[in-house]
Design a protein around this ligand. Structure first.
Ligand SMILES: NC(=O)c1ccc[n+]([C@@H]2O[C@H](COP(=O)([O-])OP(=O)(O)OC[C@H]3O[C@@H](n4cnc5c(N)ncnc54)[C@H](OP(=O)(O)O)[C@@H]3O)[C@@H](O)[C@H]2O)c1
Length: 384
C-alpha cells in the first residue's frame, strides 16, 4: 500500500467507504461487510469513511470493526443531512450530530469531520463556529467539506480552516478538475476522491443488460443512462485494453488513473466483497506509464466530446417531450446533473427544485414532474 500525508498523518492511497451499508447499492449483509473491513485493515487501509446519514447501523458496524485498532486508523464521518429532513448545519445540530456519531462509532474522537451537504439557511460562520468548538473539545481533530457547491467550499476556506475536500472523481466524473482541484492546490487541501470505480461501471463488469435491485441509487443515476452510460462503457473498455498490457483489470487502471493526479491524496472505494476489495487495493500499487496516460487522456477528451454531442439532442427531447411515469424522475435527474456539470445553472439555484423531485423518487407525481420539467425548459433550452 502507498501512503501520503494529511496534516502529518500517513494515510493509505486507498480508503474504504461504507456507503454500501446504507443500502445505496442494494442490500448488504452486515456480518459479511464486517469481514471486508477486517480484510481492509490487513491490507493496510487506514482511512475509513462513513456518514450519519448512511443509517445508524453504518457507523455502528464501522465502530465495532475498528474498536480494537482505533489508534492505528483514521475515521471520517459527515454531518448535514438526514434522510427525509432538510439539511441542517446550525451550531446545535452539528454539535449534537457529532456526539451521536461518536457514540455510534464507539470512539471519543473523529479524525476528519466533513460537511456532507449544504444548508443554505445557516450562515457558514455559524457552522464553522460549531466545528471549531468540536475541535477545541477534541471531539474532532480536523474538518473538511464534501459534496457542496463550490462557492460554499470557498466560504469555508475563507471563514474557517478546513484541511480536506472530498469530491467525486474518476475517469467518468471529472467536474472536480475545473473548480475544486485549483482550491486543493492553492490552499494545500487534501483531496479525497469518492466513487473512484464510477460506482462499479469502470470495473467492466456492468453491461447494458445489468439490472440493479430495488432501491439501488444507480436506477436514478445519470451515469447509468443514455449518453453518459454509453461513454462510461467505452471508457471501461479502453481501461481494459490498456490494462491488459500490464496485467491489470479495468478497475485497477481506473484507480491508478485517479491516483495519478497529485491533488488526490486518497481514493475511496466502497466494495462489499473481499474479492472486490483485494482487486481495488492493487490499483494503488500500479503507476500508469506516461505513454499510456497520454493515450488515455486523448481517448477521454475525444470520448467526452462525443458524449456532449450525443447528449444535446437527448436533452432537448427530455425537456420538450412528455415524461414517462416510470423513468420521468431519473430523466429529470439527468437534466439537473447535466445542467450543473455544463455550467448552465448553479447548483445552489437548482437545489430546491432537485430536492422536490428527489423526494418523490419512489412515488412520482406526474403533475409535479411536468411542473419541474417546465421550469427547467424555461431556464435551459436556450443553452443547448
Ligand atoms: N461525500 C459524499 O457525498 C460521498 C458520496 C458518495 C460516496 N462517498 C464515500 O466514498 C466511498 C466510495 O464511493 P462508492 O461507494 O461510490 O465507491 P465505488 O467503489 O466507486 O462504488 C461502489 C460500487 O462499485 C462496486 N465495485 C467496487 N469495486 C468493484 C470491483 N472490483 N468489482 C465489481 N464491483 C465493484 C461495488 O459493488 P460490490 O458491492 O458488489 O462490491 C458497489 O456497487 C463511499 O462508500 C462513501 O464512503 C461520499
Amino acid at each position: 500500500m502507498r501512503y501520503d500525508t494529511i496534516n502529518g498523518d500517513e494515510i493509505s492511497a486507498i480508503g474504504m467507504g461504507c456507503y454500501a451499508l446504507s443500502g445505496a447499492y442494494g442490500s448488504v449483509d452486515h456480518h459479511k461487510y464486517r469481514k471486508v473491513i477486517d480484510r481492509a485493515i490487513e491490507l493496510g487501509v487506514v482511512l475509513f469513511d462513513t456518514a450519519d446519514t448512511y443509517g445508524e447501523d453504518a457507523e455502528r458496524v464501522l465502530g465495532d470493526a475498528l474498536v480494537n485498532v482505533r489508534e492505528d486508523v483514521f475515521i471520517s464521518t459527515k454531518v448535514g443531512i438526514t434522510e427525509g429532513k432538510k439539511p441542517d448545519l446550525s451550531y446545535d445540530s452539528v454539535v449534537d450530530a457529532c456526539k451521536n456519531s461518536l457514540s455510534r462509532l464507539k470512539t471519543n474522537y473523529i479524525d476528519f469531520y466533513l460537511i456532507h451537504f449544504d444548508d443554505p439557511e445557516t450562515p457558514v460562520e455559524e457552522t464553522v463556529e460549531a466545528l471549531e468548538h468540536l475541535q477545541d473539545e477534541q471531539m474532532i481533530l480536523h474538518y473538511g467539506v464534501s459534496h457542496i457547491p463550490h462557492q460554499r467550499v470557498e466560504e469555508y476556506i475563507e471563514l474557517g480552516d478546513p484541511s480536506i475536500l472530498m469530491f467525486e472523481y474518476s475517469a467518468v466524473a471529472r467536474d472536480a478538475e475545473s473548480r475544486l482541484f485549483p482550491l486543493c492546490r492553492k490552499h494545500d487541501l487534501a483531496g479525497l476522491a469518492f466513487s473512484v470505480t464510477g460506482r462499479g461501471v469502470l470495473t467492466g463488469k456492468i453491461t447494458p443488460e445489468t439490472e440493479f435491485g430495488e432501491g439501488d441509487i444507480r436506477n436514478n443515476d445519470p451515469l447509468f443512462k443514455y449518453a453518459r452510460f454509453g461513454s462510461a462503457l467505452r471508457i471501461a473498455r479502453k481501461m481494459e485494453e490498456i490494462g491488459k498490457k500490464h496485467d491489470k483489470t479495468p478497475v485497477q487502471m481506473a484507480i491508478a488513473w485517479v491516483l495519478s493526479h497529485p491533488e488526490i491524496t486518497c481514493a475511496l472505494t466502497g466494495p462489499s466483497s473481499i474479492e472486490h476489495l483485494e482487486e481495488n487495493v492493487q490499483g494503488a500499487e500500479f503507476t500508469i506509464p506516461d505513454e499510456d496516460m497520454e493515450e488515455l487522456e486523448q481517448f477521454l477528451k475525444q470520448d467526452h466530446q462525443r458524449m456532449l454531442e450525443d447528449e444535446s439532442e437527448l436533452l432537448k427531447k427530455l425537456l420538450k417531450e412528455p415524461l414517462d411515469q416510470k423513468s420521468g424522475v431519473s430523466d429529470l435527474v439527468y437534466v439537473f446533473e447535466t445542467a450543473i456539470s455544463r455550467g448552465w445553472a448553479e447548483e445552489t439555484d437548482l437545489m430546491p427544485l432537485f430536492m422536490r423531485l428527489w423526494k418523490m423518487k419512489e412515488d412520482p407525481d406526474s403533475a409535479v414532474m411536468e411542473e419541474i420539467q417546465s421550469v427547467l425548459k424555461e431556464g435551459l433550452l436556450d443553452n443547448i
